[in-house]
Design a protein around this ligand. Structure first.
Ligand SMILES: *Cc1c(COP(=O)(O)O)cnc(C)c1O
Length: 216
């Protein structure tokens, strides 16, 4: 499954005239059985995505000890009281979406002299139940993050379910371009090729690599 996804990413890069290797594959391993993750590690894959701080704290320290070049990105909503733990566990956080969280990350970055790489999550569909800054508020929030010296790598979105994702990918790319941000975290199992055509630099693919998630 991993190889098939890698091949499809390479083909989508070529079709879009992107540089080979321009797109990073984040293998989303949340709630997957350990054996499936270990199989993907054994195949040489090293970049993973997780949604939950506690689950990551339970699973990843041992795998990091075994594979020192592993990187884990936080792609789920982050509670402010878990920022410290998250900064210990993750190499990047894709879900910076509110001033309180940005301020906490900034204070931590200052005291440690280091920070995970950060993406601002944009709620491109303006869905009430979804995390992310509203598109109209994105420019101001990005400017605020920069004033705090946060290391912004780019933007992230999760398009509304059951809608054509393309306008959302395009909106995210436009906001990134006008703010001089290079990173675009967009595209999942069902639409990562479209996201690559629209400029994704990071695709977050879970079930297409590991199989369906089984929630207890
Ligand atoms: C779970 C999740 C994914 C992966 O979803 P698949 O459909 O399994 O590829 C990607 N992004 C986010 C934010 C997720 O929560």
């Amino acid at each position: 499954m991993l190889k098939e996804i890698r091949d499809r990413i390479a083909a989508a890069e070529a079709a879009a005239g992107r540089v080979p290797g321009a797109v990073q594959l984040i293998a989303v391993s949340k709630v997957q059985p350990a054996g499936r993750v270990e199989a993907v590690l054994a195949e040489g894959h090293r970049l993973f995505g997780e949604n939950y701080v506690q689950e990551t704290a339970a699973k990843w320290p041992a795998w990091r000890a075994q594979y020192p070049d592993v990187r884990v990105h936080m792609i789920g909503p982050l509670q402010t009281n878990k920022v410290k733990l998250a900064a210990d566990l993750f190499d990047a956080i894709h879900t910076v979406d509110r001033p309180g969280l940005a301020e906490k990350l900034a204070r931590l970055a200052q005291s440690r002299g280091a920070s995970p790489e950060l993406f601002v999550q944009v709620n491109t569909g303006a869905e009430p139940q979804k995390a992310g800054v509203l598109p109209d508020a994105a420019d101001a929030f990005i400017a605020d993050c920069r004033r705090m010296d946060l290391p912004l790598a780019g933007l992230m979105c999760i398009p509304p379910e059951g809608e054509d994702a393309r306008p959302h990918f395009r909106m995210l790319a436009r906001i990134a371009a006008r703010n001089g941000l290079a990173g675009l975290s967009m595209g999942m199992s069902s639409d990562f090729e479209m996201a690559i055509a629209e400029g994704a630099t990071h695709v977050r693919v879970g079930s297409a690599i590991f199989g369906a998630r089984v929630y207890a």
